[in-house]
Design a protein around this ligand. Structure first.
Ligand code: FCB
Length: 477
């Protein structure tokens, strides 16, 4: 663990060498269905938990919804043309479950599948490798009504949906990831309730985490059966967790948050077991009676790759009697059993999400997964930053976002130098979009979206990224 006092490597003043990435490195950008598609009631699509949640007053900033979003459903050709202009070699998107199987069970919706066929064909025409995520948080509402992810049956439904998508689209997609960030689905969706479906029950959050992973394992098996040639993985969001001081109590706080944020998922997925210390920490919350014999073998079904989303670091300290945990970007109720751990800010530069900028944390995270868990190829499936953007004379000069990408790509390169088999990088995000509970108030895109006119303006970071891709690396500075 690095010294929490050390400043993040975002300085853009030091001279820095040219860096070249390995041949064939995938250069991508990522999005997710509910965040960009819009057309919420078109083409046979039915509501997901995010439609219900965003239409519930008080849940999403300024009452924003994904009803229209970036209208990508109607603009896919233009959007793929923008990707081609950037020179992307891969594009990570998610399939909206309620668009292709509106009820969450039963027959496919051919019109929904056609949309993805057109998208994928357009990508392939431009030489862009499609990277398909099966679940980026939009559970069909009927499945939530039947119990949602805390209910075991949802995992089986996810496997059926996977077969349906693999049968329809598997002939043209090589890279598949099952879940995006199960931590968020479980602990924000069912713990803090700050994400859809907005429930708040500690034991349900833990159950949801298990059933998400069970659904992942069943989906891997379904994909293998339908498409033996597919490259299959999962995307987890990981954080280095650093104690605020070396005091044993702070170190224990870091151990607890690391267990909930990282090892809750990494250990079952890649080692086939829950960590003993995590189970002990959760003793008051659940007896893990929802885990059945054989589940962990399914959950740890062999993979071809691991996707990692990296944004920031957590620095934490032990509870102090009488002191409320510091207000933080995640509410205490998304850390079941460890609600009183304090999240400490170091006073280093932050993004518009108030997330600390910490590029060395990406090296740490990638090395940890490689050193402690797996030799599998790794991909950064998301990395990026929100900043306030301004359009001046038709241009958006997002120097801070550009510096963030630059610092993190240098970190990615350092990880490769240290022996990590990192095979690709996806910037979050291709374009500004619906940032969940923050609505349209946070911009992560390399392409600016004017939500009134739906005009797209590539920002400075997009032009810079195009040059990175062209060189397969970073220029000297
Ligand atoms: C991740 C999500 C993605 C986006 C970024 C900012 O947690 O996977 O959809 O919201 O954060």
């Amino acid at each position: 663990m690095s010294n929490p006092a050390s400043p993040p490597a975002v300085g853009i003043l030091d001279p820095r060498p040219e860096l070249t990435f390995p041949p064939g490195f995938l250069w991508g950008a990522a999005t997710a269905a509910y965040q960009i598609e819009g057309a919420a009631t078109e083409g046979g699509r039915a509501p997901s938990i995010w439609d219900t949640f965003s239409h519930t007053p008080g849940r999403v900033r300024d009452g924003h919804t994904g009803d229209v979003a970036c209208d990508h459903y109607h603009r896919l050709r233009d959007d793929v043309a923008l990707m081609a202009d950037l020179g992307l070699t891969s594009y990570r998107f998610s399939v909206s479950w309620p668009r292709v199987q509106p009820g969450g069970t039963g027959p496919a919706n051919p019109e929904g599948l056609d949309f993805y066929r057109r998208l994928i064909d357009e990508l392939l025409t431009h030489g862009i490798e499609p990277w398909l995520t099966l679940y980026h948080w939009d559970l069909p509402q009927p499945l939530e009504d039947a119990g949602g992810w805390p209910a075991r049956d949802t995992a089986a439904r996810f496997a059926d949906y996977t077969t349906l998508v693999a049968d329809a689209l598997g002939d043209r997609v090589r890279y598949w990831t099952t879940l995006n960030e199960p931590w968020c689905s479980a602990f924000l969706g069912y713990g803090s309730g700050t994400h859809a479906p907005g429930r708040s029950d500690r034991a349900d959050a833990v159950r949801a985490g298990h059933h998400l992973m069970l659904g992942h394992g069943l989906a891997v098996q379904a994909l293998r059966a339908a498409r033996p040639e597919a490259e299959v993985g999962v995307t987890v969001n990981l954080y280095p967790v650093t104690p605020a001081t070396d005091a044993p109590a702070d170190r224990d706080a870091a151990r607890r948050i690391d267990a909930l944020a990282n090892r809750f998922f990494l250990d079952p997925l890649l080692r086939g077991a829950y960590p003993a210390d995590l189970m002990a920490d959760l003793r008051e919350v659940t007896d893990f009676g929802h885990v059945r014999d054989g589940d962990l073998a399914v959950i740890s079904s062999p993979l071809d790759l691991v996707g990692i989303n990296y944004y920031s670091r957590h620095v934490v300290a032990a509870p102090v009697e009488g002191v409320e945990p510091e207000a933080y970007w995640r509410s205490p109720s998304c850390w079941p059993g460890s609600e009183d751990v304090r999240f400490v800010s170091r006073g280093v530069p932050v993004t518009d999400m108030n997330w600390e900028i910490d590029a060395p944390g990406l090296v740490e995270t990638l090395r940890r997964v490689h050193d402690e868990y797996t030799d599998l190829p790794l991909y950064v499936t998301e990395n990026g930053s929100a900043f306030v953007d301004e359009v001046v004379d038709g241009r958006v000069d997002d120097a801070e976002r550009l510096a963030y990408f630059d610092a993190h790509l240098r970190a990615a390169h350092a990880a490769i130098g240290a022996g990590v088999p990192l095979r690709g990088y996806f910037a979050w995000s291709l374009m500004d979009n619906f940032e969940w509970a923050w609505g349209y108030t946070k911009r992560f895109g390399m392409i600016y979206v004017d939500y009134e006119s739906q005009a797209r303006i590539p920002k400075s970071s997009a032009r810079w990224y195009a040059e990175v891709i062209r060189r397969n690396g970073l220029a000297a500075q």
